[in-house]
Design a binder for this molecule. Sequence first.
Ligand SMILES: [Zn+2]
Length: 430
Amino acid sequence: MSPKKLNELNKYKKECEKKYEEEKDHEKELYGKECVAHCINFVVDKANEKVADLNIHDRFSCYLATILARDKEVVAVWLRILKDSSEIYLFKNFNWLSEDEKYIEDITKYLKSRWNKLNNDMNNNDNEHVKSLRDYISAEIGDEGNYISLSLVCYEYYKLVKDNSNISPKFLGHIKKVGSYFASIKGIIDCAKKPQYKPLFSNIKVKKGKPVIIDNQPIYSWKNIIKRFIDEDEEVEDKYERFMDRCLKKPEVMGRIRKVYTDNATKQPQLDDDVEKCIYLHAEMNILASLIINNKITSRVFIAVSKRCCYLCELYINFAIKQGYNIVISGKHQKLYDGWILPHVKNSDFKNKSLIYILENLDRIIEKKIEHYTRSLPADSNSGGNSPDPHDVGGNIYNMGFMKNLTMEYQICREKSVITGMRVYSINKA
Ligand SMILES: [Zn+2]
């Protein structure tokens, strides 16, 4: 290679390294700011009670997310309806266990069969009630129905007409039968109640998306971040001390600082030096980044999550929406957590811009709070956020009463029925 070429190559290599270092530094800043913002302003705003308009498939995804999440697990589900089949993507925040595979296999077997028979039932009936059912199906799902949606519509239609004595019991039976394909989904609940599946459920049993966890992410220290928000022409140390005095008077803030910054070795809060933290990608971000953004899917996508989505996930979704994506999520709780990973999408421009967007919002939050704490007026008593448990991620939004009803309904129309065309499979295999 000519000396000139070699020179160019070296220059290019150096540029790449510099860019990489800058990127790492920005991430270190982001994760440092997350920790500070979490400590001083855990609840960013009131929870948004507005519920998105959910269609029949969205509700189904919500059922699944709810069914699959037990204890403190967070599960995100994306149900993708294709022409002849449906795909269910399941992600959780942490690792899947080996038992997960067997569980999913069992469920899949259970769901595959008998579609043809039901299909014949539908085709061989052509009276006014069949027409009424067809109109109902057409109103709910148009012409794009597949097995799952047809089944779910029949399941709901059956509930409407089951007491109508004008409809022949035979035909009612057919509707119920079609609907019971969907009811079989609820067999998941039944499985979950069996003792042999209990341990599986407590860790989620599905062989699915691979979680993203970084054990030792370096973050800028508490002090480093706070000082970035104090003007150079001010008495920096003085203002920092005043800020710390105010924090010390807030037990909820101090509690979070202890949780976030306590050094594992010394068991003491480490505020002056950079630290390393375990961070992880929230399950809904994993679906959004690896499946939706990386594949440039701009049609409407509903992501069902077993818990309401946090403040940073909401910010990221808002950013994605501004970039032309159509993302709908089931609920938001406006709490800001440390340890949230910025999704690494293939499109580096998208990634860089999303990082800037999140940083801008964190800056606003931290700046406002520092200003508030260091003003001469006493800070309001509620300004540090109010949840006693920073790891309470907003509560399960699908209450247990609902689950009970679902299970009871399933018992009533329990049949050995199944949904064909539904595949549960693994993605992001290690
Ligand atoms: Zn989140």
